[in-house]
Design a protein around this ligand. Structure first.
Ligand code: DPP
Ligand code: ZN
Length: 886
């Protein structure tokens, strides 16, 4: 496939000032008439270039220029698009084409979802609707006319304002929308079908009243309140925190069960995957409620960072995504309010980054937040572009300070409103607002890989001085063997033996600053800091709040980690220390298994866990995250060669030991954290539920019969999905015979609700199998043939197949390679149906080189078996396989 390079950017040959789209809707075959006002781009340096309009999987009916239909030979059409030479002045182009929504299983362009039609244009779906310059730097004004049978399409929506609505004589209706804002075509949206809405008026700060609505299938209307309320909070927050107002009279959200992404920020008409939009206590857990609020915020915030200020080209994706993830993370944190709840939010965000992005950065798909090349842009909607991109923005805020960062942000918006720009626009605005040269910082945009920062300490007992020697290095990544040092914010704090913060004073300074965190910056490969004014040797607490997305080796002993886990006043680092102890304990147990030298789980980790569990000053929410076992994959990432079975056994041993040694404390905690009354997803109540379920999990893992009874009882009586699902999950992960009945009960009760079916599928896919039970591989294979599973539905695929391939390492990595063979089979089937989804699933074998030779060899063979079908592979899948085989 063709590789596209960032440096090859050329301005568009032609500009399209306006587009009028007329749709005659039909699920089998939709007819589009598109009228374009086209003119040569004065900034294009080529002499009289032909106009090229992308078009894919659509059928051209006719082309006319200024009313004259073009004949064969006056244009050229092939499987990539339409070429029209000779457009050297402003002209009106009229194109008629058709496509089939029903046949569109790729879910890109306009497709059928149940009885509805939905659109998804980012990144390159618009070319599957009509012929157009499908690139983000062509901004046009859209008028959309939709005609459809009243019976089939009682609701027809598009971007902008409804300006006309009429009944046609043939039993159809026609609606017209005008979007006042020029936009790139990836932000176009069309929705039609039998939808109902929950609507509300909302008063903006500037005095205008706007209409907000959430559109869903009728059976989902009772799941829309949280979405609508989240939207109101997001609008208010963007006004208050960033001074940004809604620029439309009308803002709509639509939910659908068939969607490749989580959600999409189409101008004024956001479309959401139902799993990111629908909630009530029966179908959504506490984390679903949080996620929905975050995603509703994310898509709404794109209205400014993405829509009003958009991208010049797809290499700049992080310009809108990194920034908007940062904004949604801040929104979620602000909604939680008090500092310890905010810390829990930060802990969750960092855990996601470490689990997914660090792995990506260490594998064959490693790329800078702004990639230098790609084959298929859909493969670059990655945790690097999104989550690491957000960390890069956060570092800028840390380095410049909140106020200056805000000034830079305001400047960025003011200066680039209505334009399609590059990442430089953001950096330049920040540099200008701060008066600081940020050129060193831009390495974060151009270099892949996670920097390792190693800190070695020397305590001078005589002079009471502490020296920190810091070294940063970043391992090679594909195409980048040597890395320049990064500019890294580096917060330092010291604790005395009572656990209190001490002043962080450089030896050459005369005065001690107030005790607390002090911010330094790393710019070179090495740095030395000498600190004085210390009454005793401190314990260091570094990179508080995860100020930089680095892998930090602070050189702390297990005792020091245990000290921080018990005492660090910074909740993030307190969590981090406990998390590190847990990871190290799993490593030790894994090693003991590999070397066949049994050893006890370190008493230090057990007592650290027990202290956190009993600490009366900690919130339940914090205790729950601090005592959550790190994922097996995250732990395995640090092993020189991964043996998933040894890691699994090590993980089980640690959890069991912590459970056994604290069994009564866990049972008491479970008892003490029962939440009474009607369900509410508040942080306090969610925190209590999380802690209770965590405690039950440990006690159950330690074999407590009482825990088993409590879990079963909870499954039967819970008034909310969080508790019910947690109970089912704990049972499914144990050997209890009772679990079969529970699983069948749940299936019966959940059968008609796609959101719940997906959760059920994930439980099946991620559970272990015990002796005498069918292997998970067999269960998953069987489930792919069930009436409630379809390879055409992305959520089904993510729930069952990604669950199995990516969240159940010990069951997927079977010694005979049968797990991998199944993966290959699924990738090839999905490749025919939905290339974007197939490519996501394909990534499950990315890090094959990291496994023990016997497994790596079989993973490699599975990759080759897919590669062997090269000629059938979509460009999406081909790129992933090619890079994995590298
Ligand atoms: N731009 C979408 C989002 O991340 C994904 N297509 O919000
Ligand atoms: Zn986004």
């Amino acid at each position: 496939a063709k590789t596209i390079y960032r440096g090859d950017y050329r301005a568009p040959t032609h500009l399209i000032d306006s587009i009028r789209l007329e749709f005659d809707l039909n699920a089998e075959e939709t007819l589009v008439k598109s009228t374009l006002e086209v003119r040569p781009n004065p900034e294009c340096t080529e002499k009289d270039p032909p106009l090229f309009l992308n078009g894919e999987d659509i059928t051209l009916r006719s082309v006319s220029i200024d009313g004259r239909e073009l004949k064969d030979g006056e244009y050229k059409v092939d499987s990539n698009g339409l070429t029209i030479p000779g457009i050297t002045s402003a002209q009106k182009l009229e194109i008629v084409n058709t496509f089939s929504p029903k046949a569109n299983t790729a879910l890109s362009g306009i497709y059928a979802s149940g009885v509805n039609l939905m659109s998804q244009c980012e990144a390159q779906g618009f070319r599957r609707i009509t012929f157009f310059e499908d690139r983000p730097d062509v901004l046009a004004r859209y008028t959309t006319v939709i005609r459809g049978a009243t019976e089939d399409f009682p609701v027809m929506l598009s971007n902008g304002n409804l300006t006309e609505e009429k009944s046609l004589e043939d039993g159809r209706r026609e609606v017209t929308y005008v979007d006042p804002f020029p936009k790139p075509c990836y932000l176009f949206a069309l929705v039609a079908g039998k939808l109902v809405s929950r609507a509300s008026k909302f008063d903006l700060k500037d005095g205008r009243t706007v209409d907000l609505s959430v559109w869903v299938d009728p059976q989902d209307l009772d799941k829309t309140e949280h979405t609508l309320e989240s939207l109101k909070r997001a609008i208010r927050w963007d006004e208050e925190r960033w001074g940004l107002e809604l620029d439309l009279k009308d803002f709509k959200i639509v939910a659908t069960n068939d969607f490749n992404f989580g959600a999409m920020e189409n101008k004024g008409l956001n479309i959401f995957n139902s799993r990111c939009a629908l909630a009530n206590p029966k179908v959504a857990t506490d984390s679903d409620y949080l996620r929905i609020e975050g995603v509703v915020g994310h898509e709404y915030f794109h209205n400014w960072t993405g829509d009003r200020v958009t991208l010049r080209d797809w290499f700049q994706l992080t310009l809108k995504e990194g920034l908007t993830v940062f904004r949604d993370q801040e929104f979620s944190a602000d909604m939680l309010g008090e500092p310890s709840a905010r810390a829990v939010q930060r802990i969750r965000d960092v855990s996601v980054l470490r689990a997914a992005q660090f792995m990506e950065d260490a594998g064959p798909m490693a790329h800078p937040i702004r990639p230098e090349s790609y084959q298929n842009i859909n493969n670059f909607y990655t945790s690097t572009v999104y989550e690491k991109g957000a960390e890069v923005i956060r570092m800028l805020q840390t380095l410049l300070g909140r106020e200056t960062f805000r000034k830079g942000f305001d400047l960025y918006i003011a200066r680039n409103d209505g334009h399609a720009v590059t990442c430089e626009a953001f950096i330049n605005a920040m540099a200008e607002a701060s008066g600081r040269d940020l050129s060193e910082f831009t390495n974060w945009y151009s270099q892949a890989g996670t920097p390792r920062v190693t800190v070695r300490r020397h305590w001078d007992e005589v002079n009471h001085r502490l020296t920190l020697n810091v070294r940063q290095s970043t391992p090679p990544t594909p195409g980048q063997s040597v890395k320049k040092p990064f500019l890294i914010p580096f917060p330092v704090a010291f604790l005395n033996s009572r656990g209190e913060e001490m002043p962080v004073q450089l030896a050459e300074e005369d005065e001690a600053p107030a005790p607390g965190t002090r911010m330094f910056e790393l710019t070179d490969e090495t740095a030395e800091f000498v600190f004085g004014g210390l009454e005793e040797e401190p314990v260091v607490s570094l990179n508080r709040g995860f100020a930089a997305p680095i892998i930090l080796d602070a050189g702390l002993s297990q005792e020091e980690l245990a000290f921080l886990a018990a005492n660090d006043p910074d909740p993030f680092n307190r969590w981090d220390a406990m998390n590190r102890l847990l990871i190290d304990a799993v490593h030790a147990q894994t090693r003991a298994r590999l070397l066949k030298t049994p050893e006890d789980v370190s008493p230090l980790v057990i007592s650290a866990a027990s202290k956190i569990l009993r600490d009366e000053n900690l919130s339940p929410a914090f205790k729950a995250v601090a005592l959550t076992m790190p994922g097996e994959k995250l732990v395995a990432e640090e092993d020189p060669l991964i043996d998933p079975h040894a890691v699994h056994a090590g993980w089980i041993a640690v959890r069991q030991a912590i459970g056994e040694k604290n069994i009564s404390a866990f049972l008491e905690t479970a008892q003490a954290n029962i939440v009474e009354g009607p369900y509410e997803p508040t942080p306090e109540k969610a925190g209590k539920r999380a802690l209770r379920n965590l405690a039950l999990g440990y006690a159950h893992a330690a074999g407590s019969p009482r825990a088993a009874i409590m879990i079963k009882d909870q499954f039967m009586t819970a008034n909310n999905l969080t508790d019910k699902l947690a109970a089912l999950h704990m049972m499914a992960n144990s050997q209890t015979p009772a679990k079969q009945d529970m699983e069948v009960d749940a299936l019966k009760a959940w059968y008609h609700e796609p959101l719940l079916i997906n959760k059920w599928l994930t439980i099946q896919a991620t559970a272990p199998s015990f002796p005498g039970e069918a292997r998970v591989l067999e269960r998953v294979r069987e489930l792919t043939r069930c009436p409630f599973f379809s390879l055409k539905n992305p959520n089904n695929v993510y729930a069952l197949l990604l669950g199995y391939f990516q969240q159940n390492p010990s069951e997927f990595h079977l010694a005979d390679g049968s797990g991998y063979a199944f993966w290959a089979e699924m990738v090839l089937e999905l490749n025919r149906i939905n290339p974007q989804v197939a490519a996501r699933v394909a990534r499950s074998l990315d890090n094959w080189r990291r496994y023990t030779p016997a497994l790596a060899e079989k993973m490699h063979a599975a990759l080759e078996s897919v590669e062997a079908k090269r000629s059938e592979l979509s460009p999406n899948v081909a790129e992933i396989i090619e890079k994995a085989l590298g």
